[in-house]
Design a protein around this ligand. Structure first.
Ligand SMILES: [Zn+2]
Length: 114
């Protein structure tokens, strides 16, 4: 549930999802369906990891990134200005929020301000 909207999370094979393959994406977030897709990281033709832990970290990081897109979508910011020039998400900031959120939440929790 993202701000009242239920998103499905699906794992798609890179070779069977043209959105992933034609854009060289690992994941995407579609607010119209609503759906979050993460590439099947077991596809060794497109992804290489030294071990399962590395793959797990990458999966979680990718999913966190797409969930931030979903929050932005559901709060009224639906477009990506790297793709649609008028407004939208800035990918570096999406990554920053996705990566720093657990640490921010930890600080808020310790201060009792969540
Ligand atoms: Zn993104």
């Amino acid at each position: 549930m993202i701000l009242g909207t239920e998103y499905r999370i699906e794992i798609h094979k890179w070779s069977e999802d043209s959105e992933l393959s034609k854009n060289s994406w690992v994941g995407y977030c579609c607010c119209d369906l609503p759906l979050i897709v993460i590439a099947d990281l077991d596809d060794e033709e497109h992804f290489h990891f030294d071990n399962e832990e590395e793959k797990d970290v990458y999966f979680k990081s990718s999913l966190r990134h797409e969930i931030i897109h979903a929050f932005l979508n559901e709060s009224g910011l639906k477009d990506n200005f790297e793709h649609v020039p008028r407004m939208g998400h800035e990918e570096t900031m999406v990554d920053w929020i996705a990566n720093q959120f657990p640490k921010i939440a930890d600080v808020y929790e310790k201060l009792g301000i969540l």
